[in-house]
Design a protein around this ligand. Structure first.
Ligand code: ADP
Length: 515
């Protein structure tokens, strides 16, 4: 609810208004950029160890306030506290801890070898912060999907402007307060609280890098704006992740994973299990196990509940539309309730397992971002690989088999940014693995080394002692062509002819010295 720049924050699960905060005005965006640009010279010239002091403060505060943070994230998103703790707070703490080991190793000057033909020189790569990084983040994991790119950019010496999602504004305020408590210098991290228009204005201001996580639609808009100004971007977009259950899989484990992978965070996960393909020989048993698992789950907001509420009311319409489309084309609802019987205004959407689903249905083609699990039988491994790849998305996937070699062979043929074998989603929790999508799921990677390097100019430096008066390839060229021909032929043939190589090289040096 809005009132003259004051935002009243409402819990999606209970409807309770639990906080008030200021929205950032469009006019303030210039000031925010000014502050950021002003902070950059000092922050960017600190050593990584000096910057890590602030990161340690942040980690200490997060550990102290862990329960309170989980409560606040849960209130703002509707997810249960356990999910806020495990999937929002823990990844950030784990990332902060990992930076102690990885930041310096990744971002210090890296020596590289120099080809023989460039004899006498030394080469290295230097990582230079870009400037002001704009991080635009979504509402489903509003804490970790903002904090990890923010921290990745900061540790390399960038300043950051964060524009959290307007759907979960309070988490934006929580993050801002954390950085203040950790005493990050003024302007190093700034928060702009508001919606699309604010995001668009911040993008138009011309940051030095844009890190965006959100929908394909908005990703394309941001990509276009950035392209006009040649601003480098990372775009982390949607998914329609397949789960492939082969006949020899541990079926009980696979069924439990399918239920968790499809319904955690009420299915509002870019890497959630959105399509389940099961070998026909075990299909009925798998479906039975899934239904048993779902029947034991509880929806609500308490610590003993499993699935919380949806976060974004508009998302419920998408879920309803997809279910109605599937049911009207003959799908069977194996668990859950038909949309026409849903309670008006209820944000706890039932967990819906669907069978008899076919290619033409939206539920197998469009991203759902809600608690729907369509299950489809398949007959051959070749068929399931083709079904899994038959999507405009390619974010994550999972393959289930006790035959790890076979699972790996299948995994290698899936066109996606990540694949998990005998588990779901977890690649996202390993900071040493790159995170990102193929096809419409996005452009670029973060996490791992790439996640720190993207925010820096990767600068190539080569050093010559500077004592020689000339180089062999410099002017004048007279008399050098034949010598170069002989030099390269002797060097690049299967076995180097060192005698001819050295002879040609010496003659080239002599020619260069004489002139
Ligand atoms: P979601 O469905 O997750 O809300 P969006 O892509 O609409 O996906 O939003 C993700 C983030 O992008 C939010 O922080 C939102 O405010 C921001 N956003 C939306 N439209 C624009 C835009 N045109 N320019 C910049 N940011 C935008």
């Amino acid at each position: 609810m809005k009132q003259q720049g004051i935002l009243k924050v409402q819990s999606p699960a209970t409807g309770e208004f639990f906080a008030e905060m200021f929205e950032t005005t469009i006019e303030e965006t210039s000031f925010i950029y000014e502050k950021s640009r002003k902070a950059f010279p000092t922050w960017s010239t600190m050593t990584i160890d000096e910057r890590l002091v602030y990161f340690h403060n942040l980690r200490r505060i997060m550990v102290e306030q862990m329960d309170d943070l989980a409560k606040k994230i849960s209130l703002d998103t509707g997810k249960v506290k356990l999910e806020a703790l495990v999937a929002d707070i823990m990844p950030v703490l784990d990332f902060l801890k990992s930076l102690d080991k990885t930041a310096k190793k990744t971002l210090v000057r890296q020596k590289v070898s120099t080809p023989l033909l460039l004899m006498g020189k030394k080469s290295y790569i230097e990582y230079m912060p870009r400037g002001t990084v704009l991080v635009i983040s979504p509402w489903n994991y509003p804490f970790q999907l903002a904090m990890i790119p923010i921290l990745s950019a900061l540790v390399g010496g960038n300043c950051v402007i964060s524009k959290p999602s307007e759907v979960t504004p309070f988490v934006g305020k929580v993050m801002e307060d954390l950085f203040k408590l950790a005493e990050f210098p003024e302007g190093v991290v700034s928060f702009a609280h508001g919606g699309k228009e604010l995001g668009a204005t911040l993008t138009e201001h011309g940051p030095d890098y844009i890190f965006f996580t959100g929908s394909v639609r908005t990703g394309k808009i941001i990509g276009q704006v950035a392209a006009k100004k040649l601003i480098p971007t990372t775009l982390e977009l949607g998914g329609k992740d397949p789960m492939i259950v082969l006949s020899d899989a541990h079926l009980k484990r696979a069924a439990k994973a399918a239920v968790w992978g499809a319904f955690t965070n009420s299915g509002q996960v870019c890497m959630s299990v959105e399509r389940v393909y099961v070998d026909r020989s075990v299909y009925n048993e798998f479906l039975r196990l899934v239904k048993v698992e779902v029947s034991q789950m509880k929806q609500g907001q308490s610590n003993s509940d499993d699935v919380g509420s949806m976060t974004f009311p508009a998302q419920i319409d998408i879920v309803r539309n997809q279910i109605e489309d599937a049911l009207s084309q003959g799908a069977t609802l194996e668990t859950g309730i038909e949309p026409r019987h849903w309670k008006e205004g209820e944000m706890h959407v039932p967990m819906m397992v669907l069978s008899n689903v076919y290619k033409g249905m939206k539920v197998l083609n469009e991203e759902t971002f809600g608690p729907i699990m369509p299950i489809v039988p398949f007959d051959t491994v070749e068929e399931v690989i083709s079904l899994a790849n038959d999507s405009e998305y390619g974010l994550n996937a999972s393959v289930w088999s006790k035959n790890i070699q076979l699972a790996q062979t299948v995994a290698s043929q899936i066109v996606s940014g990540a694949v998990v074998i005998n588990d779901v989603i977890v690649t996202a929790a390993n900071h040493h693995l790159p995170f990102g999508g193929a096809k419409q799921s996005g452009v670029g990677r973060y996490h791992g080394e790439a996640g720190l390097k993207i925010f820096c100019h990767e600068k190539a430096v080569m050093v010559d002692s500077g004592w020689k008066s000339s180089e062999i390839q410099w002017y004048p060229y007279h008399g050098k062509y034949e010598l170069f021909l002989s030099l390269f032929k002797s060097y690049f043939k299967d076995r180097v002819n060192w005698f001819t190589f050295l002879q040609s090289f010496q003659k080239l040096i002599k020619l260069s010295k004489n002139k």
